[in-house]
Ligand binder design. Sequence first.
Ligand code: 13P
Length: 251
Amino acid sequence: MRRIVIAGNWKMNNNLEESQNLISKLVEGLSKDKMNCEVIICPPYTSLSLSANLIKGSMVKLGAQNMYFEESGAFTGEISASMLKGTGCEYVILGHSERRSIFGEKDELINKKIKKALSSDLKPIFCVGETLAERESGVTNEIIKGQVHEGLNGLSENDLGKIIIAYEPVWAIGTGKTATPNQAQEVHEFIRKLISDKFSFAAADRIVIQYGGSVKPDNAKELLSQKDIDGALVGGACLKAESFLGIINAA
Ligand code: 13P
């Protein structure tokens, strides 16, 4: 049985006060009973330190939304893996489609970031996904295959054990258009097959593959009940404690 992982990607939202309000409500609302899912929040850099303090003693874990692959130096505006580690991050989202499309990040750069995260003891949440045009022209599998192969290039099976893959169809992000459970399951199964071919059956069987793209409390249960969907990477719905808790409870 794979674990279920629900992660909230806050994107560029919430100042310190808003972060504090959201986390207080979230921590308060989490069931005190032992839960069978892992919960991660990924606030913006400016709220990481505050968040690390606020989640202490709760089951919530901390992640960042991006990082650079160099250790330190003249990289104005960038943040290193060790800085994230130092604030209490356990996870880092890498290769998000907004990083790819708005900031021009390519597979090769994402691969360098994944390697640096791993060697810095941070667990990557590695995002892949096709655009609407790609889906409509029937190349979804080809695109996913390219992203998975290049993103995970040069990694060992041991490395893979520390990675979560998030399948986020670009056309479903922030659009309210969720992939149907079948559409998502199909790609998740395909990703697991890619991992099995590239690494091993055991590695594929173990790896957590999250779905992301307009996940809401009312569609979470059906998505998460698919065989190869092991969690969710949530955008909009993680900005309100009630809806994020709704998704966690569905899990
Ligand atoms: P939405 O849930 O707002 O569609 O965003 C998904 C996402 O991009 C999470 O990383």
